[in-house]
Design a protein around this ligand. Structure first.
Ligand SMILES: [Zn+2]
Ligand SMILES: [Zn+2]
Length: 284
């Protein structure tokens, strides 16, 4: 029996075909989550940005697809509301130029926003992909920009906070300093950090390619010294990834071994799980 068999299954990190590197219909993901016994399946596809340069990204939806994305998932949330809670958000970088646009979009249309800090400052003028950090200056830039993003108050959790370790050859003093900065910010701002299950699935491959990979053990050992909260994220790009229960349990036991608290759901986004825990009001 898994170590934490009674813990409800929740995931706030699912993509859709619109990001151009995920497969399956939204309803396929929802059905897979119902079949696997999830209580919450949130969608956080790669955000579009209102690029002033006219840049067209090959790893996100276009801005003119956003309303269809939101409408499709809202309709599914309604259709499956008795079986699954389906909030809708976006996975977004910390692009300073567009932070206020994102803040307004969230207030108007989104349930939550994940900070998935993939690119340095922007991607329209060639900002580097942080999954290819190979030197101290690059990991430091990731740390600075990610902490600045956390401080905006827009983001609900940090997806793959240790992305900067993906290709980095060895976890050194600079990696450790960035880990401490991120964890100190997560503690002070009470922003959960994601233990990324897609990374966990691919960790051996990352290592075979010469990188530390993520989740990076040393990052989470440092995290265990802070009062941070972790949340598991599937980062699902294909429907079969929803049912990876073994990976989910592995992540829980790795975090339990480090003494890191794992949130059962995101506050305010727990659906029926949260309603059950809420103190009874108007009970008499
Ligand atoms: Zn991501
Ligand atoms: Zn993702």
């Amino acid at each position: 029996m898994p170590a934490d068999a009674l813990r409800p299954l929740v995931n706030y990190h699912s993509h859709t075909w619109r990001c151009q590197h995920a497969a399956g219909t939204e309803e396929d993901y929802v059905r897979a989550a119902v079949d696997a016994g999830y209580a919450v399946l949130g969608f956080a596809d790669h955000t579009p940005w209102p690029y002033r340069s006219g840049f067209v990204s090959r790893m996100r939806m276009r801005l003119d697809q956003l309303d269809d994305y939101l409408g499709t998932i809202r309709a599914l949330a309604d259709k499956y509301r008795d079986r699954l809670f389906v909030p809708v958000g976006l996975e977004c970088e910390a692009f300073p130029e567009y932070t206020e646009w994102l803040r307004d979009l969230k207030a108007e249309k989104l349930d939550y926003v994940l900070l998935g800090n993939h690119y340095d400052t922007n991607d329209e003028t060639g900002g580097m992909y942080f999954g290819t950090c190979l030197c101290a200056a690059q990991v430091r830039a990731y740390g600075r920009l990610t902490v600045a993003g956390m401080q905006t108050g827009v983001y609900d959790y940090v997806a793959h906070p240790d992305l900067y370790c993906h290709a980095y050859p060895a976890f050194d003093a600079d990696c450790a300093a960035v880990a401490r900065d991120l964890c100190a910010a997560a503690e002070a701002l009470d922003i959960p950090l994601e233990y990324n299950l897609l990374g966990l699935h691919l960790l051996d491959r990352f290592r075979a390619q010469g990188g530390v990979g993520y989740p990076a053990r040393q990052f989470w050992e440092i995290a265990s010294g802070y009062r941070i909260k972790a949340i598991l994220g599937l980062d699902a790009h294909q429907t079969h990834q929803i049912a990876r229960r073994g990976l989910y349990d592995q992540a829980l036991s790795e975090l339990a071994e480090l003494g890191i608290e794992v949130l059962p759901f995101l506050p305010g986004l727990g659906g029926a799980l949260e309603a059950r825990r809420a103190p009874a009001s108007n009970s008499d």
